[in-house]
Each structure stands twice: as C-alpha cells, then as structure tokens.
Ligand binder design. Structure first.
Ligand SMILES: Nc1ncnc2c1ncn2[C@@H]1O[C@H](COP(=O)(O)OP(=O)(O)OP(=O)(O)O)[C@@H](O)[C@H]1O
Ligand SMILES: O=P(O)(O)OC[C@H]1O[C@](O)(CO)[C@@H](O)[C@@H]1O
Ligand SMILES: [Mg+2]
Length: 449
C-alpha cells in the first residue's frame, strides 16, 4: 500500500510490462504547418515514465534493463499527412459521457485551423453510421457546425451499441477516402478500433486510427482519469446531498442512492469522499455481506441507533451476487446486463426493519442517466480540449492504433491493444479506498472480518 493521495490520479503504480511501441504509417516528410518555436515541438524520443516511485523505477530497471515509458503526445515537427489532401472522420460509440461534444469540437477546430484540413466527416450513431443499410447520413463538420456543441450534453453525432461488420466499416472508410479515423469511446470501442486497424493493415491502406478514451466509469486501463468522470461525480453528489437532506428530515431516515459504475466504483467512491455525508459506500470491487452481525443490515441498525439517520451509496455493479438472474443477459455490445442492486437493497432494508418492528423511512434515489447526460463541468471541458488537440497531432503525424491518455500527469500515446488488456478498478488496499472507509466510518461489511 502506498501512502500517497491519489486524487485525481486514480491509477496506482503500474507493475505490468507494457508494450508502448506506437505504429507509424510511414516517415513524416511534411513540415508541420503550426507556426511554433522549435522547442514547442515534440519528438518521439521524449517519453514519460510509466513508473512513479523510486522503488518501482529501480525494480523495473533491474528487471527490464530500462525504464518503461510512453511517447509524449503533442505536435511533431514533421507530419505524415498532407493537410490539403486529408480527409478525417469522427465517430462516437457506447454510452453517453459529459464532454464528448467538447472533444468533437476540439478535433474539428484543430484539424481545420491548426492544420488546414477541410474535409471532416461526422459519422452518425456510432458504428452503425458506417453501414449503408442503416441509412444514416454523414455530417460535414466545420468550425461553424460545431461552434456551440460544447454547450450541450450527449453527443452531437449520436451513438450506438452493437457489433458491426469490420469489413463493411473499412469499406466505408475507403469509399469516403478517409485518411484518419477518430474513435471516441470506451473499452468496447477500442476493441472495435483494434480490429478496424488490423483490417486496414491487411488491405495495405494508409489510414490512421486514433482513440480518445471516454467513460464516466473511469475504468479504462492506462488512463489516470477519463473525461466526463468529474462531471458525473458532481452530479452524483447532488443526488447524495438530497438523500442526506431526506434522511435527516425523518426519525430513522435512510437515504439510498444508486450511481452508475458497472465494474468500477470510482463514481460512488469519489462522490462519497466529496460529499462527506455517506455512511456506507458499496462498490463492485469490495464484496459485502448483507445479513449477519458483520453485514450491512446490522451495521445500518447500529448506525440508526446512534445517529437516527444514514446515507448509503451503491454503485450499480456492487453486490451482484444478490441480484443476478439464473441466465446471464447481455446488451447489444455484449456487456452483461446487471441486476438492480438499488431496488433490491431498498426492499430488503424495509423488510428487515419491519420484521424487527423498527420504523424507518427509506428514501431511494436513482439519478440514473442524469449523471452522464449533462454538459461537462469546467475541469472536464479543459481536459476534453487537450484530448482533441493531442489526438489530431498524433493522427497528422501518421500514428495509428493508439489512444491519447493522460497518465502520470502527462498526455501520452498508448497502444490500443494494451489499453484493452485490463480494466481499471478501485484498489481496495489503496490509500484512496481506505480514505473512503475512514470518511464513512464503515468497516469491511463481512461476517468473518
Ligand atoms: N470485441 C469487439 N469487436 C468488435 N466491436 C466491438 C467489440 N466490443 C465492442 N464493440 C463495439 O464497439 C462499440 C462500443 O462498445 P460498447 O457499447 O461496449 O461501449 P464502450 O466503447 O465500451 O463505451 P462505454 O464506456 O459506454 O461502455 C459498439 O458498437 C460495440 O458493438
Ligand atoms: O444503458 P446504457 O446506455 O447501455 O449504458 C449504461 C452503462 O454505461 C455506462 O455509463 C458506461 O459504461 C455505465 O456506467 C452504465 O452501466
Ligand atoms: Mg464499455
């Protein structure tokens, strides 16, 4: 366990071996049209260490004979694509996330104004937009078209879930003469992107595929924090504050809030730290018992006896052992459909206290899509602007199969193939999670503990 504060850098020390080699479509021979002093350009030998602590750096050096590092993102002095002939496309996939429009806008403005690219296509409704049978139009993106989109939540281009034939996607790229594809999405999008990149290589085409990591769950491996996460936490905090108000407004009031977070409880944990009103925070990464002296219900009863009110925050992926159906069901993208832990807890809590003859007032709030459909807050807006700019710099330099990541306090290039190898989750032995436990006062909710 490291004794450092990891907010807002949610990625613990990386101990895995990571291939950080970025593929280039070819040598860069065109002078970058950005009029920058030489020192502002980045070269591929400028790298950021993947290890942060001295011990870990030493250990890596001993094991691998070098310090693992990633390419620094930023404008290269020479570029691969001729801006006058370049055609770029942007697609957004998966669930909504605050800030998607800011990223789209930033990509369009950087392509157009910084590089002079005049053909930018917006692909409608995720991967569906590439498939002719869906009949979705392609949108021409210009600075005028995207001028105000950052004021809106959601995605200006629309999104979708569900696999689409990779060969048809690449056919569409060929038909449109696209040279650069920007894919804004999460782990699923990056799996699709990796396959698209492979099909492009198989056909011998020179098309760059650049990913921008998007998910409110903040669960993308090798990214310290994803855009939209802070906004989602802000919104979750509003629901938690309301739950607290309701809880203190009645004797034995219980405010119960469910927030998104399929496999990673970062939103629940961060909102708990931010609001200071939460007594029990339940996340997918930490198993909990409900019944028995060490379980949630007994702990809740003790809390009510002491303080007459309680607030519980539960991430949607927590406690799935209580709510999973016999036969697993999946969404169109192959993501497991979760059982509803919020409703289950609400009903079981009511039943438990009613059986004991204790009157309680349970107020259940599920802010659901509200936390992800709002426009981005300031911090995310600034972040999204950088992500869009760095994505364009990487693509114009002919780099492919990478995502732009904010990692160890720098923007870097990470191969998509590495990013999809793992999911980032809350480390329950980290200072971050222990701080959540300290701030709620909850003990590990296990009978054997
Ligand atoms: N292994 C895969 N091969 C090809 N396409 C995939 C694969 N996994 C996911 N996709 C496609 O990528 C798109 C986005 O995937 P998904 O719906 O899982 O969202 P995501 O990118 O993970 O974002 P979110 O954070 O919202 O989950 C979907 O159209 C999905 O069908
Ligand atoms: O209902 P939808 O739009 O498929 O997405 C819901 C999921 O998307 C996310 O927002 C991001 O993966 C999860 O937190 C949530 O479970
Ligand atoms: Mg996903």
């Amino acid at each position: 366990m490291r004794n450092t504060c990891i907010l807002p850098d949610f990625l613990e020390e990386i101990s895995e071996e990571i291939n950080t080699e970025i593929e280039n479509l070819g040598p860069c021979r065109i002078e970058n049209p950005l009029r920058l002093p030489e020192v502002c350009f980045i070269t591929d030998d400028m790298r950021v260490s993947l290890r942060v602590s001295e011990g870990s750096l030493r250990e890596a050096f001993k094991k691998e004979g070098r310090i693992p590092s990633a390419e620094l993102a930023g404008p290269r002095p020479y570029i691969y694509f001729d801006p006058a002939k370049t055609r770029a496309a942007i697609v957004t996939c998966g669930g909504l996330c605050p800030g998607i429009n800011d990223v789209i806008r930033s990509i369009v403005l950087t392509l157009y104004h910084s590089y002079g690219v005049r053909h930018i296509y917006g692909i409608k409704y995720g991967l569906q937009g590439f498939i002719p049978s869906y009949g979705h139009d392609v949108v021409e993106l210009t600075p005028e078209v995207v001028a105000q989109i950052h004021e809106l939540g959601g995605t200006f281009l629309g999104t979708s879930r569900g696999h689409q034939p990779i060969d048809q996607i690449v056919d569409a790229l060929e038909r449109m003469n696209v040279n650069i594809l920007f894919m804004i999405g999460g782990d699923g999008t990056f799996r699709a992107a990796t396959k698209i990149k492979e099909e492009i290589a198989h056909r011998g085409l020179k098309i760059a595929v650049v990913g921008i990591p998007k998910t409110i769950d903040n669960d993308i491996w090798l990214v310290s924090r994803t855009f939209g996460f802070v906004t989602a936490v802000e919104e979750a905090c509003k629901a938690i504050r309301c739950a607290h108000t309701e809880a203190i407004g009645a004797p034995n009031g219980i405010g119960l809030v469910k927030v998104m977070g399929r496999y990673s409880g970062f939103i629940a944990a961060a909102a708990t730290l931010a609001t200071k009103e939460v007594n029990f925070c339940l996340i997918p990464e930490e198993d909990f018992d409900l019944e028995g002296p060490g379980g949630l219900l007994a702990a809740l009863e003790r809390r009510l006896a002491e303080r007459k009110h309680a607030v519980i925050v539960v991430a949607e992926g927590a406690g799935q052992k209580y709510v999973q159906g016999e036969k697993p069901e999946y969404d169109a993208s192959g993501n497991l459909k979760l059982g509803d832990i919020g409703i289950f807890l609400r009903d079981r809590i009511k039943e438990y206290f009613s059986q004991k003859g204790i009157e309680v007032y349970v107020r259940y709030i599920d802010p659901s899509y509200i936390i992800r459909s709002v426009p981005a807050v300031v911090d995310d807006r600034i972040y999204c602007g950088f992500l869009g700019q760095y994505a364009v710099h990487a693509a114009m330099a002919g780099k492919t199969g990478l995502m732009i990541s904010y990692l160890n306090h720098h923007y870097v290039h990470i191969p998509l193939s590495e990013a999809v190898k793992k999911r980032k989750q809350v480390n329950v032995h980290s200072r971050f999670w222990l701080s959540v436990l300290e701030s709620t006062g909850q003990r590990r909710l296990k009978n054997e503990a």
